[in-house]
Ligand binder design. Structure first.
Ligand SMILES: C[S@@+](CC[C@H](N)C(=O)[O-])C[C@H]1O[C@@H](n2cnc3c(N)ncnc32)[C@H](O)[C@@H]1O
Length: 255
């Protein structure tokens, strides 16, 4: 799951260096915030990329990789067997908006990579994610940043495959559409995420953007430049005035 130089590796996204940066930054924060033991939920975990990363980082935790798509879970199931993690990791199918878990069942709840953004009722999804987080636990949410994506879309437009109408529609609805077709993926502002937390009795303990600064793929593909860019990301990714201009807003909440 790692490059020879020890940095994060993801088979499916290895071809996309930008994803590598994103995964690596999220993993860096998981390394800091995951509990040493207890139960971890990867809500909308898909093929389990972050489930497996977390299992690797903390040998004493147990994890549930939870997703609505049985197809994604089937891939995760193969990986559990391949990595011999059957005693600590299990898959479960279901909907984030109505989870079959007891309140406070998890010490760390992560909902990363837009799973939350695809939920049609985000208030319900948020209250469920907050409900299953234990009193001393943390809830780590990662979503598309509204302003970061708007800045990228309006400045690069057709280079990224967006028409002007797509950008205006995104501005009005917060849902990314491409060539008039909705991706159903909603983006959020920091303020919205803060308010959702407050409504559910949660406060923000850490906020960062991954990545926070744009970078050209050719420079990211250069090993030395990649390291420098990563260092710059860590220097600025928690900076309040830059946060919203990043790609993904990551918020870690506690009670
Ligand atoms: C872009 S993938 C991200 C997967 C993983 N979290 C990651 O970052 O690699 C989004 C995942 O959310 C899942 N998903 C979407 N809506 C969901 C819902 N209401 N309940 C559970 N999972 C959902 C999808 O099936 C998909 O696996």
């Amino acid at each position: 799951m790692r490059y020879e130089d020890g940095t994060a590796y993801d088979k499916e996204h290895a071809g996309n260096i930008y994803y590598r940066l994103w995964f690596e930054m999220v993993e860096h924060y998981l390394e800091i915030h995951l509990p040493d033991s207890g139960m971890v939920l990867d809500a909308g975990g898909g093929t389990g990329e972050f489930t497996f990363r977390a299992a690797d980082l903390r040998p004493k935790i147990s994890l549930v990789n939870f997703d609505i798509s049985q197809g994604m879970l089937n891939t995760a199931e193969d990986k559990i067997a391949e990595l011999n993690l059957g005693s600590r990791v299990r898959n479960q199918q279901g909907d984030i908006m109505n989870m079959p878990f007891e309140s406070g069942a998890f010490d760390y709840v992560m909902c990363l990579g837009d799973a939350f953004s695809f939920c049609p009722d985000v208030s319900k999804a948020f209250s469920e994610l907050a409900r299953v987080t234990s009193d001393n636990g943390l809830f780590h949410l990662s979503v598309n940043s509204f302003w970061g994506n708007y800045a990228a879309m309006i400045s690069k437009g057709p280079d990224l495959g967006f028409s002007f109408n797509d950008v205006i529609s995104y501005y009005k609805t917060r849902i990314i559409q491409q060539k008039g077709i909705s991706t159903h993926c909603r983006s959020f502002t920091y303020r919205e995420l803060k308010e959702m937390g407050e409504k559910n009795g949660l406060k923000i303990v850490k906020a960062f953007s991954s990545p926070v600064l744009p970078a050209h793929k050719d420079w990211l593909s250069d090993k030395e430049k990649y390291k420098e860019i990563l260092a710059l990301q860590y220097e600025h990714c928690e900076q309040q005035n830059l946060l919203e201009y990043g790609n993904h807003l990551n918020i870690i909440y506690s009670r």
